[in-house]
Design a protein. Structure first.
Length: 194
């Protein structure tokens, strides 16, 4: 059985539940909110590509390299996706990534609560030694959100990948290590209670 096991994480304003094909219609509607798949520096699935994206994530889960979640808002509607990815079961490391949100929930507390629940699970339940975040250099909104969480920039992987339009992506790599988690947890709890 791949590590980690699928799990539902319940917060005050958001629920993370194991992604399945049953989320297809809701995810299609969520990606249409703001047409976020059109941003060249992201890899958000288009409405037509949503079924293939869910299938891709579920295939990676079966292979043990990803644990995908559907992000469900307080009203019970699909609001996006996130994952544990690049899973390293031997060294107990995960990356939180392949995250996207409908425009209606961007710049709300939803992302903070999602990341808090995922990191709490990673550090306190799974015993991870580090949680990593990666984003493209030009995705300033994502970089700022990662930095607001308390992650530190480890470095930039130059010409790391290609975007869908063929241009090269410099990937900013951030992490939070286990010894930093107590302070990061306090910071996020303070932010969520404001």
């Amino acid at each position: 059985m791949p590590w980690p096991d699928p799990v539902t994480l319940q917060g005050r304003h958001v629920t993370l539940e194991p992604l399945s094909m049953s989320h297809l219609d809701g995810m299609t509607a969520a990606t249409q909110d703001g047409e976020i798949w059109k941003l060249w520096y992201t890899s958000v699935p288009s409405p037509d590509g949503m079924s293939a994206e869910i299938a891709r994530r579920l295939d990676l889960q079966a292979k043990g390299s990803m644990l995908p979640f559907a992000v469900i808002d307080a009203q019970g509607a699909c609001a996006g996706m996130t994952t544990f990815m690049n899973i390293d079961a031997v060294h107990k490391r995960v990356e939180i990534g392949s995250t996207w949100y409908a425009k209606r929930v961007q710049r709300t507390g939803l992302n903070t609560e999602c990341k808090y629940m995922l990191m709490r699970h990673a550090f306190e339940v799974l015993g991870c030694i580090a949680v990593e975040y990666r984003t493209g250099f030009f995705n300033r909104q994502s970089r700022q959100a990662i930095e607001r969480l308390g992650a530190k920039l480890d470095g930039i992987l130059r010409n790391h990948q290609r975007y869908s339009n063929g241009t090269l992506r410099d990937t900013c790599v951030y992490s939070i290590i286990a010894s930093e988690w107590p302070a990061v947890r306090s910071h996020l709890e303070f932010q969520m209670n404001r």
